[in-house]
Design a protein around this ligand. Sequence first.
Ligand SMILES: Cc1cc2nc3c(=O)[nH]c(=O)nc-3n(C[C@H](O)[C@H](O)[C@H](O)COP(=O)(O)O)c2cc1C
Length: 183
Amino acid sequence: MNTLDAIINRRTVHTFTDRQVPEEIVERALNAANHAPCHRLTFPWRFTLAGPMLRNELAGLAIHIKGESRPLQPEDIEKIRSKILTPSTLLVASRMQCPDPAIAREDYAACACAIQNLMISFSADGVGTKWSTGSITRHPETYRLLGADPTREELIGFIWAGYGDPPETVRRPVLDQVARRTP
Ligand SMILES: Cc1cc2nc3c(=O)[nH]c(=O)nc-3n(C[C@H](O)[C@H](O)[C@H](O)COP(=O)(O)O)c2cc1C
């Protein structure tokens, strides 16, 4: 697949099947992420490939978080567990902390580039992804479960990867609304 097709075919998948993504595809995507640009060569991105034990613990945490806002029925609990446990691959993306806010801002941009590289590489291999920033991705318990020290790294999203169909979305037309020319 050429690069432009991989970019255009990358679409957020919300419902994944349980089909597993081969290890070499995950490694290729991580290598693509690691080739993102970064100002001052800070290389601020890190990725945690979540294993089955962590995924189980995150499912428990997701159920706990949801249960704080409303009583859950058994089918709600099953739905949450399935959302966390079904997709083949979960990569937790982190930005290494930096005390200078200007550098931290640029580092977040660099991490976003790394995540996009990751997702485009998956796309080139026919794998769907979703970058999610729901409350579980920022929860103190998630840091604890990952062994992540919040003074050293910020968790900036869960990147789900696997197989599934994305919904339809409509993009703004480039020439009318996205790009403009000046004289
Ligand atoms: C920084 C960031 C955070 C996102 N967080 C979520 C999220 O928490 N939940 C979700 O369903 N989608 C999330 N998305 C995916 C967007 O909803 C998705 O990109 C958007 O609907 C456009 O669809 P597309 O990715 O298929 O082009 C996030 C995307 C970005 C870039």
